[in-house]
Design a protein around this ligand. Structure first.
Ligand code: ACM
Ligand code: ZN
Length: 480
């Protein structure tokens, strides 16, 4: 039976005629110790629901299924048994709080919506060139200086206003608890050694030059990375991670590791001395050894680091050091990592990046994407990413994320597709009222899969402000 639920449950067996199912239907929960951690069984019979599970997560997911079922069935549904369990243990969504900042209330709304679809990891991107958004008690300038920028010029749009904001430690604890109640683990991301300008602006000794600077105002890749050759700067990072691990109790801590230009390292005596001391041949190895060092530090605290795929370049990270999040791996290094037993989280830029218009990444393209490719056994998770350079309102953020994130939720739970795209979009339509009730505006259905003519219009219009000569100068200059 094809129920319009997302994710589609693994097994649905109709056991009897229609019965009442609404807000007044009694629900009982029974312990089923033999069921796996996130699995559940949901029985609808004689106007009541019975949930069987072995964990809080199983009960929670059964309840999400029940809420969806009630929402789509119009007060009556067939008697049935649903037996369900996820394919992947990591089913995530990324929110970038750095480029445009939205507060606790908005973040909670997104968490509520993600939880409805059984996502279980909130990857919270908290530090970047344009803003540091997590309070540090030890280093208050990270937010006082690194959390403010005097203007925003993303995509050539002059917002003409100061942009500030950060989460206090108290608010972070509140969000972590809010997530835990919804069976979501928060994966904080503290970016290093690149995307580090806001930290260097706050504490200039963290950079190779020691020069003062401000957080960045545009999108891009910037040269003022962490000076990994400076022991004091590396100790600073460890101290920050001490606070981060106190706040976030989950297994994973994301330490970034993407897009780190070598411009400053190339002219830095401290970085050169470190390379010599460690016998490192190139800057890829310098970055790799730094990421390995930080991952090892996290391991002493019982945590597992996640890095973006670029950190594999120096050939320093082994599968026991960290899990790797793949977003754009032109060199195929993730495949080698996977073949050696590494764990991968899939966030393919062309399919799971939702900061771009539907003209570039239509819903159907996200739905059809096979994240398993040549390394199915290594893929431990999928994650949809919402970067916010070009997201200037919360409504726009929601519309970019929903409904595309639902296709990621379906993939992470079901693995290989077990229904057609048509069945999936029918389910999305049926579940829109639940999202609306949660305060989440969604893109109108006629724009989920724009026709070719609209796509040809939409995509260049979106990039128009970014693809300036200045962008190419900056990007190419920095990547060298
Ligand atoms: C990334 O999008 N640079 C991870
Ligand atoms: Zn340096």
């Amino acid at each position: 039976m094809r129920l319009p639920l997302i994710p589609l449950p693994r097994e649905v067996v109709v056991t009897g005629p229609k019965t009442v199912l609404d807000g007044k239907s009694p629900v009982t929960v029974t312990d089923a110790p033999k069921l796996p951690e996130e699995a559940y069984e949901l029985t609808v019979r004689n106007g009541a629901a019975v949930i069987a599970a072995s964990s809080d997560a199983g009960v929670f997911y059964a309840d999400q299924t029940l809420q969806q079922l009630k929402s789509v069935c119009g007060g009556r549904c067939s008697e049935m048994v649903i037996r369900d369990a996820p394919e992947l243990p990591y089913r995530g969504f990324l929110i970038d709080s750095c480029r445009h900042f939205y507060g606790v209330e908005e973040i909670k709304r997104l968490i509520d919506a993600a939880a409805m679809f059984k996502l279980n990891r909130f990857h919270w991107h908290l530090t970047d060139d344009q803003g540091w958004r997590i309070e540090s008690k030890r280093y208050p300038l990270l937010t006082a200086v690194g959390g403010r920028r005097s203007n925003s010029l993303f995509g050539g749009v002059n917002e003409n206003r100061e942009h500030t904001g950060f989460f206090t430690q108290e608010q972070i604890r509140e969000i972590v608890a809010y997530c835990a109640a919804r069976c979501i683990e928060v994966v904080p991301e503290i970016e290093m050694p690149g995307h580090f300008t806001a930290a260097v602006a706050a504490y200039p000794f963290l950079g190779c030059t020691g020069e003062p600077m401000e957080p960045e105002q545009k999108e891009g890749i910037f040269p003022n990375v962490l000076c990994v050759g400076n022991d004091d700067a590396v100790a600073f990072v460890r101290n920050v991670l001490d606070e981060v691990t106190e706040l976030f109790p989950g297994m994973y801590i994301h330490i970034g590791g993407d897009e780190a230009p070598r411009t400053r390292w190339r002219h830095c005596e401290k970085c050169a001395a470190k390379m010599k001391r460690l016998g490192l041949q190139d800057f890829d190895a310098l970055q790799g050894s730094f990421m390995k060092e930080i991952a090892a530090y996290l391991k002493t605290k019982g945590r597992t680091a996640i890095t973006w795929n670029e950190s594999l370049k120096g050939n320093m990270l082994s599968p026991s050091d960290a899990a790797v999040q793949r977003w754009m791996d032109r060199k195929g290094l993730c495949l080698d990592f996977a073949e050696n037993g590494g764990r991968l989280i899939e966030s393919d830029f062309y399919h799971y990046y939702f900061d771009y218009p539907y003209g570039m990444t239509p819903l159907k393209k996200t739905f059809a994407y096979d994240p398993f490719g040549d390394c199915a056994d290594a893929v431990t998770g999928v994650e949809g990413a919402l970067w916010t350079e070009f997201v200037r309102t919360f409504d726009d953020l929601c519309e970019k994320l929903f409904p595309r994130l639902l296709a990621v939720a379906e993939r992470g739970w079901s693995g290989y597709p077990s229904r057609s795209y048509r069945d999936f979009t029918y389910a999305v339509h049926m579940l829109l009222p639940l999202l609306q009730a949660a305060g989440i505006p969604t893109l109108p259905p006629n724009r989920w899969d724009p026709d070719v003519r609209s796509r040809v219009r939409e995509v260049p219009a979106f990039f128009k402000g970014s693809l300036t000569p200045d962008f190419f100068r900056q990007a190419l200059g920095n990547i060298k």
